[in-house]
Every structure is written in C-alpha cells, then in structure tokens.
Design a binder for this molecule. Structure first.
Ligand code: GRF
Length: 212
C-alpha cells in the first residue's frame, strides 16, 4: 500500500536564542529528520534564533502581536505567512507570546511545544525560562525533565508526546538545572517531530500512542 502522507513543512516559533531550533535544523542536516524547515517566526527583531535562520538560509519573519491594535489583523497576517510558505506543522520553541486561537485550531494535532519540566508540574502561565527551574528547586522536587506536547487552547496542557526525566542534584542552581534540561530538550524535540513526520502518532483523547 502506498502512503499518501504529506511531507512535513515546519514553522518554528521562537523568541530567544533558538538552541532548540538549532537542534531541529541539525537533525535535518544530519539526515536524521526528513522534514523541511520552511519558516522561522519570531516576535523579536534581535532574537538569536534569527541569526541561526540566516546562517542556515531559512526564511524568517518577525511579527510582534503587541504592535497590532487588533488581534484579528495579526492573526490574518500570521496565517497568510504560514500559508505562503506551505507550512503544515508548527513547533513552538521558547515562543513567549500566546498563539491566537484560530491558529491553534488550524493546526490542531499539528502543533508541538517544548517545556523545560515534567508537565503537568511546573507549567502553565508564568512558568517560563529560569522561573520554571527556580520553582522546581524551591519545591524540593528530586526530578525535573523536559516535555514535548501538543498545543491546545491553554498554556502547557495539551497531550504529551515525549517526556524525559532529569535528576535534580543537591548543588543545582536554576542555571545548572536549566543547562542539563536543555540538553535533553535538544534530543527529544527532533525525536518528537520524527514521530509526526513518519505518521506514527496516534492521538486518543489525552493519550498519544507511538506506532512502531
Ligand atoms: C527552552 O527551555 C524551552 O523549553 C522553552 O524555552 C526555552 C527556549 O530555549 N520553551 P532556546 O531559545 O531554544 O534556546
């Protein structure tokens, strides 16, 4: 039986340094991940992720939702860019703006996010960057980790695709824990995308089953 699966054309949304974007692009360039990184979207003109896009010849756009008086106009423009680049899948990688509901709906089941903790712990609104790792240490949790999940209408609540634990060490600072979790992120985000690129994800309610 021939499979009629669409090649995955990915847009990566990022506001920061873009090290996760880099891990995805590296996996593609190594031949480990057979997708096209079609577009990088950022809300900040000085985001490190844009330099990485330039180096790799990946098209990018900067759209700051805050500079639009009406969210609807921003949403239309964003959807227009995604469409004109043939984007059929989205990976959020440290994107610090809420994704408009219409965009979430359009990419339902085809939009992932990575979070630097084991969801549902230490997630949700306000849990980003070092705040996450600080909260893990303050709570006295002995394990943290990274989670790749599908995006739904809320923050960090969608079905989990891959999760990997990272041990919290007694001498950890938020920075040292963040650095170890980030290494895990760089490994599991390309893995999660590969599952979707190969059509091996089966979503049943909140559960994501990965076919062999
Ligand atoms: C990562 O820790 C990711 O989990 C979170 O934002 C950070 C982005 O880092 N959502 P980078 O820009 O990919 O280096």
């Amino acid at each position: 039986m021939t499979e009629d699966r669409q090649r995955l054309r990915l847009a990566i949304f990022a506001s920061g340094s873009g090290s996760n974007m880099q891990s995805i692009v590296d996996a593609v360039e190594r031949g480990d991940l057979d997708i096209t990184v079609a577009l990088v979207v950022s809300n900040k003109t000085d985001a490190g992720v844009l330099d990485r896009a330039r180096v790799h010849g990946i098209p990018f756009i900067v759209l700051d939702p805050r500079s639009y008086a009406e969210e609807e106009v921003y949403t239309e423009e964003l959807l227009g860019h995604l469409e004109s680049h043939g984007v059929n899948f989205v990976a959020l990688a440290g994107y610090l703006r809420k994704i408009p509901a219409r965009v979430v709906t359009r990419f339902k089941g085809r939009m992932l996010n990575i979070h630097p903790a084991l969801l549902p712990s230490f997630g949700g609104k306000g849990y980003y960057g070092l705040k996450v790792h600080r909260a893990v240490l303050e709570h006295g949790a002995q394990w943290s980790g990274a989670t790749v999940h599908l995006v739904d209408e809320e923050y960090d609540t969608g079905p989990i695709v891959i999760q990997e634990p990272v041990k919290v060490e007694p001498d950890d600072t938020p920075e040292s824990l963040a650095a170890r979790v980030l290494k895990t992120e760089h490994r599991i985000y390309p893995m999660a995308l590969k599952i979707f690129a190969e059509g091996r994800a089966r979503i049943e309610g909140r559960r994501v089953f990965v076919e062999p």
